[in-house]
Write a protein that binds this ligand. Structure first.
Ligand code: ADP
Length: 308
């Protein structure tokens, strides 16, 4: 096989109580990566369409990830890549991660899968770190593995796929303003109170338990952040209003995706999710903020082949 086209999904990271360690793949929105194996050694960008991203192979997360992938192989060939950039950079929906994940996934498929998905996370992270020096692996892991992931950022990015609960949906709103991950991360505290750390531990443990037992009440109780949300809320003036709408309508949580500005609500039942999406749409319209909105399963499929 010489050529392949893959879809790599956008993702929501943190999931309220899992700062830097939890994420899930979104349905519908994603980058499309076309990769061709060529005789010339190296990595080359053939075409980029959609949103603007760097054309320099040393600055694009997709090509940096591909170079890290190739470095682990004894190779005499190269790759030519085209990216259909559908996820707006700086959206908080894992834009940079989706490209990096999709490119190494495509290369692995072309070469007959020499690497495991876990190894691909390591290569894709080399790309992700170009976009933000302190980027965790939750978006990359979500795009590659799909579903709901728990990732260990310190031990070679070990990834665990968590059970997907029944009938839970994600309502996602992307206000069309840009926020850089690096800038947003700079706002975060270097230290946290022991009590907050302890509360966060309880929440993440309860959340994981709620997924294993499909316990929606426990899920709702545990979907709270004690580490970063307060600082983040102040960065996004519309957030509190939207959170009120979401909470009043009966969502399980409403929180900031990644470094923002996107926000997401988790909702039990499709009909309620549709209603909440519409009401939040109206909230944004009322505030005069342009946005895109999505209704997704909570934990969709990861990177996948569209065409050989
Ligand atoms: P997001 O959370 O949406 O991924 P980031 O702020 O983390 O946004 O990343 C966006 C930054 O990464 C921008 O500066 C963008 O130019 C850079 N970047 C480099 N390559 C890519 C790529 N292939 N896709 C998206 N962003 C990229």
């Amino acid at each position: 096989m010489k050529e392949i086209k893959v879809f790599s999904p956008a993702s929501v990271s943190n999931i309220s109580c899992g700062f830097d360690v939890l994420g899930f793949a979104m349905e519908g929105l994603g980058d499309i990566i076309s990769l061709k194996k060529i005789d010339k050694k190296g990595v080359f960008i053939k075409n980029i369409s959609g949103f603007n991203i760097p054309l320099d192979v040393k600055k694009n997360t997709a090509t940096v990830a591909l170079l890290a992938f190739l470095e682990k192989l004894d190779y005499s060939y190269g790759f030519e890549i085209s990216i259909e950039k559908n996820i707006k950079p700086g959206s908080g929906l894992g834009s940079s991660a989706a490209s990096a994940a999709g490119s190494v996934y495509a290369a692995n498929m072309i070469l007959g899968e020499p690497f495991t998905l876990n190894q691909l996370v390591e290569f894709a992270m080399q790309g992700e770190l170009i976009s933000s020096e302190s980027a965790p692996a939750d978006n990359i892991a979500s795009s590659l593995f799909g579903g709901i992931v728990l990732v260990d950022n310190f031990t070679k990015y070990k990834v665990i796929n968590l059970p997907i609960p029944q009938d839970i949906f994600a309502v996602i709103h992307h206000p069309l303003i840009s926020v850089s991950t690096s800038e947003s991360r700079n706002q975060l505290p270097n230290k946290v109170l022991l009590k907050n750390a302890s509360d966060q531990l309880t929440n993440i443990a309860s959340f994981v338990h709620s997924l294993h037992t499909n316990n929606i009440d426990l899920m709702k109780l545990s979907l709270n952040d004690h580490l970063v949300q307060n600082q983040r809320e102040d960065l996004f003036p519309y957030f509190k209003k939207i959170k009120n709408i979401s909470n009043e309508m009966g969502s399980l949580c409403c929180s900031i995706s990644g470094s923002g500005p996107s926000i997401f609500s988790l909702v039990s039942g499709y009909k309620l999710a549709e209603k909440i999406k519409l009401d939040i749409d109206k909230g944004f319209i009322k505030m005069g903020v342009k946005f895109n909105s999505y209704l997704s399963t909570f934990g969709s499929q990861g990177a996948r082949v569209l065409q050989f």
